[in-house]
Design a protein around this ligand. Sequence first.
Ligand code: CP
Length: 312
Amino acid sequence: MAVSLRSRARLRHLVQSQQLSRQLLDEIFQRADEMRASPHRAAGRLQGRVMAALFYEPSTRTRLSFEAGMLRLGGQTMGTDNALAFSSAAKGETLEDTIRIVNGYADVIVLRHPAEGAAERAAAVSDVPIISAGDGRGQHPTQALLDVYTIKDEVGRLDGVKVAMVGDLANGRTVRSLAYLLAKYREVELTFVAPPQVAMRDDIKAHLDRHGVRWREVGDLDVVLPQVDVVYQTRIQKERFTDEESYRAVKGRYVIDLAAMRRLRPDAVVMHPLPRVDELDPEVDSDPRAAYFRQARNGMHIRMALLDMVLS
Ligand code: CP
């Protein structure tokens, strides 16, 4: 990658999970712990700073948790939803030009874009930190941060953790970023459960092989459920399919419902980046092992820690 992703010992842009060392992860998690334990103590830390949120794809959690985090730290936010229609992208402005312009207005830019590699393109021309909020089918590194933080919190360890990733693994940027981050820990075991049409892509498998991470592909979710610490369920992403028929061929194959929960170990947890459609039955929500709403809440503290790190 041509862009400088770190300046001095600090994180500068965050566009890929691979950038994050164990040392940086520990530091972010420690800051997030502090933000969570004493949210009011952090108030005012980013007073006078401005965050621009450029979202070219829809979002609830990422957009609002970044905004809430910035506001809680005393900073200000501005931005555009549906930027393909409501920014000058609609008039043909390039992403690079938009970033150069927003550089003059904001101290940090949070970017979600449908094109894989968009965050790297933005970072290559930006004088202020770019934080990727997801780039198409590419990566979603801040989601992976909050996911790993949640696993540490819920399971109590990261080394040796056994995680099943389920659903749309080919199009899922969250599982791709999570696999990269988990590969930084010792003796992690990953199980991929997906319809063959949306199996985990080869670049991730090759990365795991290079880093000595054990992984396997299993078709029967019932076999996997009693064997893992974490079931990371994901939505089949209709918006990434070119036709309805292909989507229908894979949707609904793997569902976490009350029957699935009966097969899960008592100390295991279910996570999901959300939003969900039909792959995660709301009847599961009241089970204490359903960690996904706690996971989403952790997102704000992780993003507060990250904003604090790149702007302090
Ligand atoms: N998990 C996630 O990225 O959710 P949003 O699309 O709502 O931001």
